[in-house]
Design a protein around this ligand. Structure first.
Ligand code: NAP
Length: 487
């Protein structure tokens, strides 16, 4: 595929922002030259989106007809899963198993919203006079979607599918480091009968292209996934426009091991929760709280298993920990660890890039576990977005809840315990949008997902995901044939 062209209002054209390189983080090689959008391209994409979303062909398309297009997109993604997976592994470094799962999840997302759309109802409300009242939902028009680099096709789908289902047009700005799969997705979408102009994909720097989309007067809502700092900036611009935003932001999620947990199950879940995706996951369980009574028995076992995880390129079926997205990001992760060690943390494993010719050109970093710092240490409070876990002991439930909730974030949490009533009680006390008990990092598109506190605003997924991209309207239909008495 030619990645030098970008998708503007249904037309493949050279981006007016020039060209850039997409680099494979496994070995530093060039994956593709890729087009970059300009602010003029944003103007064109929004204009095309406004026109296409207002066009009776789309505006009056019946829900089941729109649903068929979405379902076809889902099928097309699934049929192309190997190509998407290979492309995404080259662009992000992730393992093929993970990129395959992300592609299949994207296919499922389109099908889910197709089904939800077909079964969505409008409501009649109780009248208080001689009229019939109904509450209906209308599209917003053009929705801007801005996504991060960690799970490109899945986060693209989570925004595009419900927004299209709602009858909008979408202008998508993928992350600079990982735009290729979003352009590939645009090709698939285009072939499934979506009317022209309803989707644009504009790769380009967030501070220019993302910002232009957010500020554009023609854009009626922003769906954003990314860091809390960027989310706050977008929310400030949106406040000026009085524009709704949905923000899926960062996290520093606590994982909790109670003294009665199944140790093998907990260790496997904790390793998966923090070190899969090389820790580049918003919901990574990056703070581990272990009951002090089992701390000395549990932590060495965990460390031994973490140190034995297999590091390698995403293309190898043996690999558990693949490279990070770029050497720039890897070096940022390493700097976090260096600062923590300088501040007194104890290194239990990792703390460096692996050495050897197979790693030298890649963005690798060893699974790292730190201890010996209090929960208010910087390393326990800042999101690192890499394979770095901090272990902390706790003494009793009150101490645990206080420490676990002592963070600006509130995205997710995990609990490992055989005592379900206790785990449930604890789950209700944790300040987090999602809590897993005896499992971690599992997702269903039918289950709403969103962050509390500085982890976000609004929720995605679930049946209400379509309504979140619509405007509600109440209609009163008078039933009297007489004039209103006042006049
Ligand atoms: P980021 O730096 O905030 O970037 C996210 C997206 O926003 C990118 O496309 C970026 O473009 C764009 N952007 C940057 N500045 C912008 C601006 N001023 N206006 C509009 N758009 C702008 O985040 P990231 O480093 O890509 O992703 C990692 C973060 O995402 C982590 O904090 C992680 O926790 C969070 N995340 C959250 C969830 C969730 O569901 N809660 C899921 C995944 C990731 P560029 O690529 O050009 O910078």
């Amino acid at each position: 595929m030619d990645f030098t062209k970008i998708f503007v209002g249904g037309e493949w054209r050279e981006g007016r922002g020039g060209l850039t390189d997409s680099i494979d983080p496994a070995d530093g090689s060039l994956v593709a030259r890729r087009g970059v959008a300009s602010v003029d391209d944003v103007d064109d994409a929004v204009a095309a989106g406004l026109q296409a979303s207002a066009d009776p062909e789309w505006r009056n398309m019946l829900p089941h007809q729109r649903a068929r297009i979405l379902a076809r997109i889902g099928d097309a993604i699934e049929a192309d899963v190997e190509a998407i997976s290979a492309l995404q592994t080259a662009d992000t470094g992730k393992t093929r198993a993970e990129t395959r799962a992300l592609a299949l999840s994207a296919a499922g997302t389109f099908r889910y919203f197709a089904a939800a759309l077909e079964t969505m109802d409008e409501t009649l409300t109780s009248p208080r006079g001689s009229y019939l009242t109904m509450s209906v939902h209308e599209p917003i028009g053009v929705v801007g979607a801005i996504t991060p680099w960690n799970s490109p096709i899945a986060s693209d789908a989570q925004k595009i599918a419900p927004a299209l289902a709602a009858g909008n047009a979408v202008v998508l700005k993928p992350a600079e480091w990982t735009s290729l799969v979003s352009l590939h997705l645009a090709r698939l979408v285009e072939q499934q009968g979506l009317p022209r102009g309803l989707l644009s994909v504009l790769p380009g720097p967030g501070s220019v292209i993302g910002d232009a989309i957010v500020r554009h007067r023609g854009v009626g809502k922003i769906l954003f996934t990314g860091g809390t700092t960027t989310g706050r900036r977008i929310a400030a611009v949106a406040a000026e426009k009085l524009m709704p935003v949905s923000l899926e932001l960062g996290g520093k999620s606590p994982t909790i091991v109670l003294e009665d947990a199944d140790m093998d199950q907990a260790i496997a879940g904790i390793l998966f929760g923090i070190f899969s995706s090389s820790g580049q996951s918003c919901i990574a369980g990056s703070r581990l709280f272990v009951d002090r009574s089992i701390y000395d028995a549990f932590v060495p076992r965990l460390v031994e298993r973490a140190a034995a995880l297999r590091i390698g390129p995403g293309t190898s079926t043996e690999t558990q920990v693949a490279p990070l997205v770029s050497t720039i990001h890897r070096d940022q992760v390493a700097a976090h660890v260096e600062r923590a060690l300088a501040a007194g943390a104890t290194l239990l494993c990792g703390g460096e890039a692996p050495s050897g010719p197979e790693f030298d050109q890649g963005a690798y970093y060893r699974p790292t576990i730190l201890a010996g710092v209090p929960n208010d240490a910087v390393i326990c409070q800042e999101e690192i977005f890499g394979p770095v876990l901090v272990v902390l002991p706790f003494d009793g439930e009150e101490d645990l809840v206080a420490q676990a909730n002592d963070t600006v974030f509130g995205l997710a949490a995990g609990i490992w315990s055989r005592d379900f009533p206790r785990a449930y009680r604890l789950a209700r006390r944790l300040e987090a949008g999602t809590v897993w008990v005896n499992t971690y990092k599992q997702f269903s598109i039918s289950t709403p997902f969103g962050g509390w506190k500085e982890s976000g605003l609004g929720v995605e997924k679930g049946r209400d995901g379509i309504r979140a991209h619509m405007r509600q309207k109440s209609i009163y239909l008078g039933l009297d044939s007489h004039p209103l008495p006042w006049a």
